[in-house]
Design a protein around this ligand. Structure first.
Ligand SMILES: Cc1ncc(COP(=O)(O)O)c(C=O)c1O
Length: 400
């Protein structure tokens, strides 16, 4: 099928909830490049919204999926699953966690974290209130849109789930003020990705950790987008030198294959008991094998160090090419999660990049979001930034 045929069928048969890039039907990918149904190639600096951390069709992930698909695709969690326990061991060995729960997506991982925190709070007789932040994004299920501190994701879907309060990023006082007797947990993203690539500062995060210890609250970090190497360490919390109680993962965990996880520290690892929570596909053999291959690549010697070096280079070059443009207010981010804030909507710039063969995204209306594959190269970074620079030039020439 060509692009037009795919797009027409999509309009006819698929409920359109996404506001898609109207012209793009991608059919093939390798490394940092994807191809559309008409054979045109693009440099993908959005990585399937932070999913293709290892680029497209990484050979080790493809191999693991092929081998597992030929052996055993699915069995129920009523039975023990070898790739799942191996994956859990890897995640525990490389983190603060004592145990893992597996599911299929970021929202589902956050639901698990919310339920676990609520069981912990309720059984201790203290309550089930959860504090999250304004401009956060935690998913699209009812509990996670409630946790999400952005009205635009909630309107039309009221009533929301009870027991959530919102405070402000990098304002410890506002979190402290939101704590009530019934509060059991604070849940944040270390970089608010959808909310505009807003980075939590170290003082705030360390303060939150201290507050949670002093007030006996759980610290939950939504690492769905920041986890799995995206910020230059396997998990973003490592960059802050803190220990959370729970983190949630999805996106890059399976190297493109859908899988999510909730990692629980020693305080709460045994709160869930049989019957408390479940997910039919969670951590099934195929998903676990894909994630195991992904984490093996990411924890290979030098992998994360290279991500940090690439990030440094990318940020330096970005600052260079954007500094002449008054319409650009700030370049910010952590690792390979980068936002470029403009003084006006960036939709046209995203379209301009696409026309030149570069895929980038947005984070809110005025922030251009770059999420390159962690396996990208300096040569590809130069190519992408060359394309972006020419779009910026066209854009400013046009508006002059
Ligand atoms: C920080 C964060 N949490 C949760 C989610 C929801 O993940 P999913 O779409 O896999 O449910 C996202 C998705 O963008 C995210 O960025």
């Amino acid at each position: 099928m060509n692009s037009e045929e795919i797009i027409q069928m999509n309009h006819k048969y698929v409920i359109d909830t996404y506001g898609k890039q109207r012209t793009l039907a991608l059919v093939k990918g390798e490394g940092s490049r994807v191809q559309d149904a008409d054979g045109r190639s693009y440099l993908d600096f959005l990585s399937g919204l932070a999913v293709n951390g290892l680029g497209h069709c990484h050979p080790k992930v493809v191999d693991a999926i092929k081998k597992q698909a030929e052996t055993l695709i699915h069995v129920s969690n009523l039975y023990y699953i070898e790739p799942q326990v191996l994956l859990a061991e890897r995640l525990v060995d490389n983190s603060f966690a004592a145990k893992c729960f597996f599911c299929n997506s970021g929202a589902e991982a956050n639901e698990a974290a919310i339920k676990l925190a609520r069981k912990w709070g309720n059984t201790a007789g203290r309550g089930a209130g959860i504090i999250t932040l304004m401009n956060s994004f935690h998913g699209r299920t009812l509990a996670t849109i409630t946790a999400t501190g952005q009205e635009k994701f909630q309107h039309n879907f009221h009533p929301m789930v009870e027991g959530f309060k919102y405070s402000s990023l990098n304002d410890l006082g506002s979190v402290e003020n939101a704590i009530q007797e019934s509060t059991c947990a604070i849940m944040i993203e270390l970089v608010q990705a959808e909310g505009g690539v807003n980075v939590a500062d170290e003082e705030f995060v360390k303060g939150l950790e201290r507050l949670c210890r002093e007030r006996d609250l759980l610290l939950i970090l939504d690492e769905v987008q920041t986890g799995m190497g995206r910020t230059g360490t396997l998990f973003a919390y490592e960059r802050y030198g803190i220990e959370p109680d729970i983190i949630t993962l999805a996106k890059s965990l399976g190297g493109g294959f859908p899988i999510g996880a909730m990692l629980a520290g020693p305080r709460v690892a045994d709160v869930f008991q049989p019957g408390d929570h479940a997910s039919t596909f969670g951590g099934n053999p195929l998903g676990s094998a894909a994630a195991l291959a992904t984490i093996e690549v990411m924890t290979d010697t030098g992998f994360l160090e290279n991500v940090r070096e690439l990030s440094h280079y990318l940020l330096e070059r970005l600052n260079e090419i954007t500094s002449p443009y008054d319409c650009i207010k700030e370049v910010r981010g952590l690792g390979m999660l980068i936002g470029i804030e403009f003084d006006s909507p960036v939709k046209k710039i995203v379209g301009g990049c696409l026309d030149k063969g570069l895929i980038v995204g947005t984070a809110g209306e005025k922030v251009l979001r770059l999420l390159p594959p962690l396996t990208t190269t300096r040569v590809e970074i130069d190519e992408a930034l060359g394309l972006l620079e020419s779009v910026l030039k066209d854009f400013t020439d046009e508006s002059a």
